[in-house]
Design a protein around this ligand. Structure first.
Ligand code: UD1
Length: 353
């Protein structure tokens, strides 16, 4: 029986693990999950494990918040200790996306000669100032099996000389939407979450340091929010709570606590459009056929830009207002696979020798 060790640590990775774990289990691949503890607040972590019924982690390394070097380093040390304490090495170590937990897992496994399995491989924003871009590049180059969300990822890896065991599976977050959105709607009505009616609000999330730690950018975003003719609902990442307390908040902006995956699905389903700097939410907006305005200057999810379904505005107030007032110019079409990514991933892992 194949044995896989999976490393997760941050909110979006819990969602991805929920669908992939199930697929591995169905193929009788034995999976052990390690939670690095990068996200630790109840609403950033536990709530996802409970709601999505993710198999409990064998261990939570409790690493928590620290500067990047320290955080990644301590994760590496603890993951390595965990692996070395066991009698047998796993057949592969799986990581998701581009966080510090991803990089830590990939470096440790490659040094222990354990094949690294990277889900969401081949993505590039080409902005090396974002820690995620460095994490993506290094993880891909340490990986033995690479699962891409689209053909663009496969092409990018080929340009960088990585061609073996590269698969275009589509995106596991699409599997998650297909599997969970109905369940989410059965669990929550919009009125359980907000007193604003459907299509009368914009759903916003802003958490990138380039926006939240730069006062001019944050002011510009808040000013844009204040000019839209709808309410704006913003579930706030804990790192930004204090900063927002010091700012002037427009009257139409509702700051709420971070929400669970199911709650987010319902808020997304009923919103008029999305304004975000998140990676995952750009895709989720697209799959829910919502226009997205991305408060960044580049995106790794370039396919969503076609026809204006997604628009890059940075933190520029005028660009945001102009995007709010324009409509996509082409019909919606499926992107990032058919919702079978997790099954394809499990199958490829089973057949890897
Ligand atoms: C991380 C990822 C980012 C991803 C995001 C998903 C990296 C480099 N970044 O960003 O790619 O989009 O997760 O949400 O890995 N904090 C809390 N409680 C928590 C977690 C964090 O209060 O449970 C606060 C702390 O002040 C902490 C800060 O948030 O210092 C940043 O957390 P961290 O995990 O380092 O990065 P994120 O911004 O969450």
């Amino acid at each position: 029986m194949k044995k896989i060790l999976t490393i997760v640590g941050a909110r979006p990775q819990f969602v991805k693990a929920a669908v992939v774990s199930k697929a591995l289990n169905e193929k009788e691949i034995q999976e052990t999950i390690i939670h690095t503890g990068q996200h630790y607040d109840h609403e950033m972590s536990t709530v996802f494990w409970e709601e999505l019924n993710i198999p409990a982690p064998a261990i939570n390394l409790g690493v928590g918040s620290m500067p990047h070097g320290a955080q990644t380093g301590i994760m590496m040390q603890k993951v390595e200790d965990y692996i070395l304490e066991k009698e047998t090495k796993p057949d592969g170590l799986m990581v998701y996306g581009d966080t510090n937990s991803t990089l830590a897992g990939a470096i440790v496994a490659s040094k222990l000669h354990i094949p690294v399995i990277h889900v969401e491989a081949g993505l590039r924003s080409f902005n090396r100032e974002m820690p995620e871009e460095i994490n993506r590049i290094l993880t891909d180059h340490a990986s033995s099996i690479l699962f891409c969300s689209s053909e663009k990822g496969v092409d990018q890896l080929a340009k960088e000389g990585i061609t073996d065991h590269v698969y275009n599976t589509g995106d596991v977050m699409y599997d998650a939407i297909l599997r969970f959105s109905k369940i989410a709607e059965e669990k929550y009505q919009l009125s359980d979450l907000t007193n604003i009616s459907a299509n009368n609000y914009i759903l916003a999330t802003i958490h990138r340091p380039a926006n939240t730690d730069n006062e001019d950018n944050l002011k510009s975003l808040l000013s844009a929010f204040g000019r839209v003719d709808k309410q704006v609902i913003w579930p706030v990442h804990p790192r930004n709570k204090h900063r927002l307390k010091e700012m002037d908040i427009p009257e139409n902006l509702q700051l709420i606590d971070p929400v669970s995956y199911f709650r987010m699905m319902v808020l997304l389903k009923n919103c008029a459009m999305v304004i975000t700097d998140s990676g995952g939410l750009q895709k989720e907006a697209y799959w829910m056929k919502k226009k997205c305005i991305t408060a960044r200057d580049e995106t790794e999810w370039v396919e969503t830009l076609e026809g204006g379904w997604n628009t890059l505005t940075g933190a520029d107030e005028e660009k945001i207002i102009s995007a709010v007032n324009s409509e996509p110019s082409i019909p919606w079409k499926p992107l990032y696979g058919s919702g079978k990514a997790s099954d394809m991933i499990a199958e490829a892992i089973l057949n890897y020798h």
